[in-house]
Design a protein around this ligand. Structure first.
Ligand code: ADP
Length: 591
């Protein structure tokens, strides 16, 4: 409190005011009192001179005892009395022997008394050796001038009285200043204390602490100010909480977004970066905020997008390749400038859509269309050639005619197979998990499939063996699709087997899954090709596949069937030794 500047400002102003007014009032009062004291002394000298006039009248009629009487009077009243003849000779004096005194005819007070009826003067008296105040009156008897009476007081007496007056005034002044100062301090403190308390609260509010309140219960403006301050703290606190809540919601929304959001200010410093943007750009959402965009990312193109949005104050869309992690990402960027409430440019915000997957799917779609066209074109071209030859060549032998028709038939069958496989694949993709699902025993599916392919394997001198468990292996599934899948795997195992090779089908229960392994002793697949053979139309050896009647869609169908049943398809293969394809599908849950 003692350090409070407002207290000392209020108090010092008050002190100056009090001192100034007290000194002015003191001087005025002191002057007034001095003047009045002098008038009073003058009047008392006049009264005494008037009284002395009666005594003097007798002395002018030669009173020999006058000197004695005057001395007694002088002693009793502490006043010097002098009776002077009209010629200036001193008749009697209360303090000196009149015979030794000079002629007083030219004394200023005597001269003034003669001309003005009374005379007053202050001067040094050689007779009594002091500064004196003299008051003289002329004395008349029945209109005849008799002489003068003079009363006088030493100035020291007057000074004593004046100094007493001054002391009293000074003491009163000092006392009133003291009282005023004490009261002033109390009043100033009464104002400064709540102001200091309110300043402290306001300062802590500016530091973000809105929990403190001023406890001032006054009915004046300071009380109103304190109430207003408390109200402001409360409403600011509530507003801040709302803002923080909204901010948190916004941050939660931004961080939950799949799209990346990056905002930069005018100097291209990152001011916000959500998790998705950090992931896409391969930077940190915490550490890279507050860094320049070109310091945080190596993508020149992205920096350029921000520069254009900021410098040209325009929206911009671009598709960029961002090399952030091991894989390249194709990102569609939509950047636009943003402004404050006054329309002033604040920065730019960009939304990043990771379209890598879309691009990949688009590439697959394009390849697929190209592949389908190609696969369909080949048999159609062959059919067309064969049919044209049959039409144009009228002399064709019946033998050749039959061969051409057989070839046409084979190409038609190939077309039919491709279309059937495409339809199966399309059905799997569009229906997916909505396949007809009924409980079925995989033992029956495997056995039936083997029965179908047994003649084919015998033709090729390939032995087929199967191992199925004694207990049922029940899954929820689409029998036709599963039957087709096992067929495809067995067909491949026969097709890509070696002369006098073997195929083994193994059905077993592994934990919660039913597992079908189809093993062959065939040509095997190179490690680099193994993950590609599940792609549509992908064939390791196109010519051989085509020659064997393959469409390149078989494994795709098996893979999608497994996925649609909640399972998966995998392969293990050693080139030149053989391959094992494995389908695993969840068993029906018994509990
Ligand atoms: P295709 O109709 O050509 O057989 P698939 O989708 O069934 O098409 O198989 C794709 C490719 O995978 C085949 O062309 C073949 O190169 C390879 N492949 C499939 N099964 C085997 C296997 N058991 N042994 C070796 N290669 C195989």
């Amino acid at each position: 409190m003692l350090r409070s500047r407002i207290l000392w400002k209020l108090f010092s102003g008050y002190v100056v005011l009090i001192l100034l007014s007290t000194v002015i009032v003191g001087i005025l009062v002191s002057r007034q009192v001095e003047d009045e004291t002098l008038v009073e002394i003058e009047q008392s000298l006049d009264v005494r001179a008037t009284l002395l006039r009666a005594v003097a009248l007798e002395s002018f009629s030669s009173d020999t005892k006058i000197q004695k009487r005057i001395q007694t009077l002088g002693l009793n009243t502490n006043t010097r009395f002098t009776i002077i003849n009209p010629d200036g000779t001193v008749v009697a004096d209360s303090e000196e022997d009149p015979t030794t005194m000079d002629n007083h005819a030219n004394r200023p007070e005597i001269l003034a008394a003669r001309s003005h009826g009374h005379g007053i003067t202050t001067r040094f008296s050689n007779t009594v050796d002091k500064e004196m105040m003299y008051y003289a009156l002329p004395v008349e008897k029945e209109g005849v001038f008799q002489g003068y009476v003079r009363t006088s007081l030493p100035l020291s007496v007057i000074d004593d009285r004046l100094s007493h007056v001054r002391t009293t005034v000074f003491f009163s002044m000092a006392m009133s200043i003291l009282v005023a100062l004490i009261l002033g301090f109390i009043v100033a403190r009464g104002f400064a204390k709540p102001l200091t308390a309110m300043t402290a609260i306001a300062e802590s509010m500016s530091g973000g602490n809105y929990n403190q309140r001023v406890s001032i219960d006054r009915k004046d403006e300071i009380g109103s100010l304190a109430k207003a301050l408390n109200k402001m703290a409360r409403s600011s606190h509530e507003r801040l909480e709302t803002i923080a809540l909204d901010n948190n919601k916004l941050l939660a929304i931004l961080s939950g977004m799949v799209e990346g959001v990056v905002a930069v200010d005018k100097s291209e410093t990152i001011i916000h970066l959500n998790e998705a943007a950090a992931r896409i750009l391969g930077i940190s959402s915490q550490e890279d905020v507050h860094r320049r965009i070109w310091e945080a990312t190596h993508s020149q193109e992205l920096c350029q997008v921000f520069s254009v949005a900021l410098n040209e104050e325009t929206e911009i869309r671009r598709k960029l390749k961002i090399v952030a992690s091991s894989t390249d990402q194709i990102v569609e960027v939509h950047a636009s400038p943003f402004r404050d409430a006054g329309g002033e440019l604040v920065g730019a915000v960009a939304i990043l859509y990771d379209v890598s997957e879309l691009e990949r799917l688009e590439t697959i779609r394009r390849d697929f269309v190209a592949n389908v066209s190609h696969e369909l074109k080949t048999p159609i071209t062959a059919i067309r050639g064969l049919v044209e030859t049959l039409i144009d060549d009228e002399g064709i032998s019946p033998e050749n005619h039959r061969i051409f028709l057989t070839k046409t038939m084979n190409q038609t069958l190939r077309l039919s197979t491709i279309v059937t496989d495409l339809l199966a694949l399309s059905r799997l993709e569009s229906v997916g998990l909505d396949l007809i699902r009924a409980p079925l025993d995989l033992r029956e599916v495997v056995t039936a499939s083997m029965q179908v392919l047994l003649p084919v394997s015998e033709d090729k001198n390939i032995i087929i063996k199967s191992h199925v468990p004694d207990e049922p292996v029940e899954v929820l599934g689409d029998r036709e699709a599963l039957f087709q899948s096992v067929n495809n795997l067995l067909d491949n195992a026969i097709k890509y087997n070696s002369e006098k090779g073997a195929v083994t089908v193994h059905l077993q229960i592994d934990g919660e899954n039913a597992v079908i392994n189809v093993r062959d002793t065939g040509i095997g697949i190179e490690p680099l090709e193994q993950h590609r053979i599940f792609e549509r139309f992908y064939r390791v050896d196109k010519a051989r596949s085509r020659q064997l009647g393959g469409t390149g869609l078989g494994l795709s169908i098996v893979k999608h069937t497994a996925l649609a049943h909640g399972g998966q398809l995998s392969v293990e293969s050693i080139p030149g030794t053989g391959s094992t394809f494995q389908i695993s599908i969840p068993l029906i849950k018994t509990s």
